[in-house]
Design a protein around this ligand. Structure first.
Ligand SMILES: [Zn+2]
Length: 67
């Protein structure tokens, strides 16, 4: 009954599962790389990010440092 929060939840659409870069297939990686709002990230940075497969929100590790 313990609500452990090991899984990341998408802050955008509340999807219960976010994928890491290596969980994505080639088509999904291609799609993520073409997200217009995410052009500031390099592929190396993306490998540390998590992605919502419902709305393709990109969650960065430094998300919590944002105000
Ligand atoms: Zn989402």
């Amino acid at each position: 009954m313990n609500n452990t929060r090991s899984e990341k939840i998408c802050p955008h659409c509340a999807a219960p599962k976010m994928k890491s870069w290596h969980d994505l297939d080639d088509e999904q990686k291609f799609l993520v790389e073409r997200l217009p709002r995410n052009t500031e990230f390099t592929r190396e940075q993306r490998k540390k990010h998590r992605f919502c497969e419902r709305c393709w929100f990109e969650l960065t590790d430094s998300q919590e440092t944002k105000v």
